[in-house]
Design a protein around this ligand. Structure first.
Ligand code: SF4
Length: 237
């Protein structure tokens, strides 16, 4: 096992704007009514006060790939990562396992607003929570990229159980390799995370790996939130 990094992220670092949230509501050209714009601004302000955003990664060296089974072994734990993920990380010489969370509060606020009948506010908190955790994961990934780049290494996209053909149940194994779990994420039996606005996964590292912006063209998961998101870390552009 190698380096471990923990990040406590200030909301202002996430660079979330009303425009970005408008985009995620489907308003690509900024034609939202002033009322919606105001509601988004208000929800962002509330989110900035309630969220405790955290991320961490741990680098595991000496990973072993099995081309026949499309699996990878990390510290004697074998992950069945599926064809898409395997093809993208198979040249890695190390893997960073990451966890990231927007904290419990934003999901709770979304649920509470829905329960009170304020569906729009609940929806906006839900979108903002998703954007918070992805922006935080981008920051974490950019930091990893800079650190690896300084040693002449590249990194891959980040891949998560539940996406790209990788079974979500594998999340239990992933968490077993992160006993510190500084993000405080709990898993239920179905491998769903709590706080709900959390992400986990692998990032491949090596002298012979690269970010691949075209992975999604091989996939038929049409509703995937990552398809349109361009999960390329800024530092890798
Ligand atoms: S659309 Fe892209 S990110 Fe989403 S599951 Fe498919 S390959 Fe993975």
């Amino acid at each position: 096992m190698g380096t471990e990094r923990v990040f406590s992220i200030d909301f202002s670092q996430l660079d979330l704007t009303v425009r970005k949230i408008e985009n995620m509501t489907g308003d690509q050209d900024g034609a939202s009514s002033g009322i919606l714009t105001d509601l988004i601004a208000e929800a962002l302000d509330e989110a900035s006060l309630m969220c405790s955003v955290k991320a961490e990664y741990r680098i595991f060296n000496g990973v072993t790939f099995n081309p026949a089974g499309k699996t990878v072994s990390i510290d004697s734990t074998s992950f069945d990562i599926s064809k898409i993920v395997y093809s993208q990380i198979r040249k890695s010489t190390a893997i960073a396992i990451f966890l990231c969370t927007a904290g419990q509060e934003i999901g709770t606020a979304s649920g509470a607003a829905m329960k009170e009948g304020d569906l729009l506010k609940g929806y906006l908190f839900d979108i903002i929570g998703s954007e918070i955790v992805e922006a935080a994961a981008d920051l974490m990934q950019n930091s990893l990229h800079k650190e690896m780049n300084a040693s002449g290494l590249g990194i891959t996209n980040r891949y998560s159980p539940g996406y790209c053909g990788w079974n979500v149940a594998e999340q239990h194994k992933l968490f077993s390799l992160m006993p510190g779990n500084r993000c405080g994420i709990a898993l239920n039996e179905s491998a769903l995370m709590s706080p709900i606005k959390s992400v986990s996964g692998f990032i491949g590292i090596g002298g012979n790996v690269r970010f691949n912006p075209y992975t999604c063209s091989f996939c038929d998961m049409k509703e995937c939130i990552y398809r349109s998101r361009r999960i390329k870390p800024a530092a890798a552009k």
